[in-house]
Design a protein around this ligand. Sequence first.
Ligand code: ZN
Ligand code: ZN
Length: 370
Amino acid sequence: MSINLRKKKAESAALEAGVDALLVTHLPDVRWLCGFTGSSAALVLCAGEAKGSKANKRAVLFTDGRYTAQAKAEAVGSEVIIATKSPLLAACEWIATAGVKRCGFDQTQTTVADLAAMQKAVPSKLRKSLFVALEPLVAKLREIKDADEIAKLRAAAALGCKLFDHILSYMQPGMTEVAVAAELEHRARLAGAEAMSFQTIVASGERSSLPHGHATLAKLPRRGFVTLDFGVLLDGYCSDMTRTVHMGRATSEERNAYDAVLEAQEAGVTAVRSGVTTGDVDEATRSVLRRAGLAEWFTHSTGHGVGLEIHESPRLATKQTQKLKTGMIVTIEPGIYMPGRFGLRIEDTVLVTRSGCEILTPSPKAWIEL
Ligand code: ZN
Ligand code: ZN
């Protein structure tokens, strides 16, 4: 049922944006609006109620012959048309003959080549007026998760926590980063994950100073940090968490840096609440690191939305004025990276509530020495 509600919301947003139909081509948006998970699709959502119009309140999913059975099985509340050309072109031709007057498309998901092909697919007299470039409208709606999505994101996050538990007992000095990543990913698949939600980060020793240090053949040191940032894709939804552990005894500088990042991360989590701006949450983490004299090493933003995609709107970054809302699921992930020395990050995924937030990745964050 939730899909029908999502469609209604998208239709209202389309009408508000001054268009009577939407052409949706970004696959996660298509999936969110009609349930179809195939890799080739264009969805037309007609919001207008022009009498006698062929477009009247219809939702039509265009895909290709490889997906005939799958589209029929998965698509909810949408008719399915199997295109003999590209689904995008078939959708445009359909739009042109269905009586749609102004069809919005997401300008951030449409290439210059796509737009040229879209224009070419419709009669020349419609070219000026038919297609209207819009800001991402479905992505905006997807910021707030419904009950079904929250349940799936909760399950994905819980699996992430289970994997972290396991990997702690597996990691040994001298083992390669790739071996750690492989064990994590193997266990994830056995637990039902479709894939990892992004390339697993295992950054050890000096490599921990790389914010996105993908696992390499480097060996875990006897003494030094190991940052693990990973996520699973479970039932279409992503998990995302980071923990940094220390192999062997730490220096007091490493220990102090960890304490500061942990304090910053917890300050960020504490700041999360419906109505607070994402910029304020960013400032909550950054100000702790500023006081600790470490802010110059915090070189990325505080967090991002998570859902069908690993990085979604909203962005939690400096000076952002967007407000958090109940039902958003975002990460809080401050870190510091001192080139050639060491780095660390701690990341939770949290569900925004009216009075605060619920941490979906409650794995321990206190200092861990292996
Ligand atoms: Zn992450
Ligand atoms: Zn993240």
